[in-house]
Design a protein around this ligand. Sequence first.
Ligand code: ZN
Length: 348
Amino acid sequence: MSIVVLQLPDVKRKSENRPKKCPYCQGEIFQRWGKVRKPVRDNRYRTIQVYRYRCCHCRRTFRHYPPGVDRADQTQRLRKLAAILWVLGMSLRSVQLALLAFNIELSHMSVWRDMQEQADLLKKRRQWQGVRVLGVDGAYPLLKGKKVPTLIALDLGTGQPVAVGQVDEANPEAVKRFLEPLIQRLGVSVIVTDDLNSYRKVAGKLGVEQQVCQFHVRRWVGLALHELKQTLPQEWLWVLDEIKRLLAELPLEGSRRLFELWKQVPEKRTGQAGDRSPLEKLRYILIRMSEHWASYRVFDWQKDVPWTNNGTEQAIGRMKMRSRTVRGYKSWDGMEAALLLAGSWLAW
Ligand SMILES: [Zn+2]
């Protein structure tokens, strides 16, 4: 995990410079037009000084705030601090109490809004940074007591989430709508996913390489082989060992080898109508693995591609654990913000 550096915005009690442009007309010449004391909520200052200016061009007046201060009554520093305390593991009400110990009064709803503001800032910044390898995985966080199908996309270079969407991962159209703008904007060249068909379709349509998480593949193949071991005619058991070996070694020629095995296994149906016989099941595994083989081993020739989607799953685990301290999300936006910020740890 990356090193966490707490970076809080600086707050000044008064401006050290004059405004550069009029916020209304972009004029550049001003008269000082008095000053006001502005009460602020901050961990250091109670009030700060704001100069007012009048634009010589449009004659309107405006306030010129010092660094770290804007129209809000909380300084930018306090807003970020409140969000950080939340990300560190405190509930909204504990953040409220902790700040009260330093004589800073903030309602728990203000803490909630601070958290959402930081998530928005984060989202905007992440929108434009380059991501080469994107991990994508589904999750089902609770919103008003109901599980919401959610897709989370993570930069596997930095381990930071880049987007959270209300998307059912089994629906290829929805997955495409979510991933297409991300892939184009971020310049993604590889996605790392589990073995769902929807991801495969979308990767093909969007022209990105897909690395399929090998833990997922080993799991479903392992289960299928285990079942076949009991049911398959003795003379074909060697094929199971061959599949296991290929999966363990992931050789380049694996696809061709599996295809050859598929041709060797007889096609004829032995079970009752509708039921797949063990030999047919074996053929299905062989052809599916042969066709998907390339997506099992992208990591072998593409730099910085992991061979499992573990990184994404772990980050999602952290996000869910952290955002669980918010009881009863009222809106999707709130939940999205919580997940995004929680997954970002403190790197924003
Ligand atoms: Zn003006």
